[in-house]
Write a protein that binds this ligand. Structure first.
Ligand code: FAD
Length: 393
């Protein structure tokens, strides 16, 4: 879409970045107010990037669950986790959304909204509280401008570990016989950080298999890990017909910073990963983005901006504890021993696991997570060694 330089087109919401966060806000707002004026600005030629987003279904606020339901391509009643010394079935419903479905649903919803528009191949050059200037020179004005341009570029190495992964969506010649996802299969070498395979059975002959590392550094040799995924597929007896798709990610697992804050004067509302709206200890952002979308949709654009501090505080309370867990796992456990933290976590009651993912832990949950004997591999000498190494770097 293009327009004259002189004329500033006016919208109720300008959503900068056509990724997960903006898409969920658009769906939530249009479900309540089909005549809202929404502009979604995306620099790429299509919305939604290249992802499979999964989430625990209970974590999505009920108010917007119907609006988000069309995004779901597959769902399961629970999942498995497998560690060297422990195997468990978890009965928490789990669901998957693909970028492809996301694009279809958002494009269709906006096409049916008479006063909304998607701007593709339009990079935002300047983004402020009430206007956005595109690379073309066109300016749009908005009652609420949301900056959801994804994680800030360049890896923020300070005060953070990293979740790095490569996933291959595999088309199989014969069925895989997995009835539920395997969220973590850590029965693999653990030298490079807590490492696990993630398996998502999208259909009987299609599976997303991902090799993930909770590592000290964000550098991922994607080609090496790709080879490891294919080797693992062979070990598991999968007959790979074709690689249908590949996705790679490097997500921060911070123990400081990265928390949402209300916009300062003249600033847009920072949302999605960019704004710190994600789970620090899992990297999941779908439920957090859904909560923010529900919050925005339930208010006028002006009120949403004014009142966002309350939601940021609520998120911060849960996220700070999760950041503390990152500090513990990355600071006090050598990479090769880190898996003990997660193996122990998955021995906790299911209700605690559920509240951990939804960032709603009770005081009792926190005692359960931190109390008792520390997991094997805990070392008070490690933070000291790290600090010395950092000083020497
Ligand atoms: C491969 C991968 C898999 C993931 N899987 C999960 C998962 O299973 N569950 C989960 O909860 N989380 C997952 N995450 C984490 C997180 O949910 C995603 O990163 C999510 O896409 C973040 O949403 P977002 O809207 O903040 O940013 P994005 O979805 O990255 O969207 C940002 C958009 O902004 C656009 N943009 C950037 N700059 C400009 C500009 N100047 N002008 C216009 N547009 C611009 C980008 O092109 C992009 O489309 C995954 C992350 C990755 C990388």
């Amino acid at each position: 879409m293009t327009g004259g330089r002189e004329r500033a087109r006016a919208f109720d919401y300008i959503l900068v970045g056509g990724g997960l966060q903006s898409g969920l806000i658009a769906l939530a707002v249009l479900a309540d107010r089909p005549s809202a004026r929404i502009a979604v600005i995306e620099r790429a030629s299509q919305l939604g990037g290249n992802h499979t987003w999964c989430f625990h279904e209970d974590d999505v606020p009920e108010a917007i669950e119907p609006a988000l339901r069309p995004l779901v391509v597959a769902s399961w009643g629970g999942y498995e986790v497998r560690f060297p010394g422990h195997h468990r079935s978890v009965g928490i419903p789990y669901a998957a959304v693909t970028s492809e479905r996301f694009r279809e649903v958002i494009a269709d919803r906006i096409a049916r909204a008479p006063r909304s528009a998607v701007f593709l191949q339009c990079a935002a050059r300047a983004v402020s509280a009430d206007r956005v200037t595109l690379d073309s020179g066109e300016t749009l004005t908005g009652r609420l401008v949301v900056d959801a341009r994804g994680p800030a570029s360049g890896s923020d190495r300070a005060a953070s570990g990293f979740q790095v992964f490569t996933g291959l969506e595999l088309a199989l010649a014969t069925p895989h016989h997995l009835s539920r996802p395997v969220l973590m299969d850590a029965r693999v070498p653990q030298d490079e950080g807590f490492r696990f395979f993630y398996a998502l059975p999208l259909s009987p002959d299609r599976i997303l298999l991902e090799d993930t590392y909770f590592a000290d550094e964000p550098d991922l040799d994607g080609d090496l890990v790709r080879g490891r995924v294919l080797a693992r597929a062979a070990e598991l007896g999968f007959e790979v017909k074709a690689i249908a798709r590949e996705e790679r990610g490097v997500l921060p697992m911070p123990w400081a910073n990265h928390l949402p804050r209300p916009p300062g004067s003249g600033e847009p509302l920072a949302a999605g990963y960019r704004g710190g709206w994600f789970h620090p200890a899992t990297g999941y952002s779908f439920p957090v983005a859904a909560r923010l979308a529900a919050f925005v949709a339930a208010r006028s654009p002006e009120r949403a901006r004014r009142e966002i501090a309350a939601l940021a505080r609520k998120h911060g309370r849960g996220a700070r504890f999760a950041q503390g867990l990152n500090r513990l796992a990355f600071g006090f456990f050598a990479p090769s021993r880190r898996y003990h933290v997660f193996e122990r976590f998955y021995r906790l009651p299911e209700a605690t696991i559920r509240r951990f993912y939804s960032l709603e832990l009770t005081a009792r949950d926190k005692v359960r997570i931190l109390g008792g004997r520390p997991p094997r591999g805990f070392s008070v000498r490690r933070p000291l060694a790290r600090t010395k190494a950092e000083r020497g770097a």
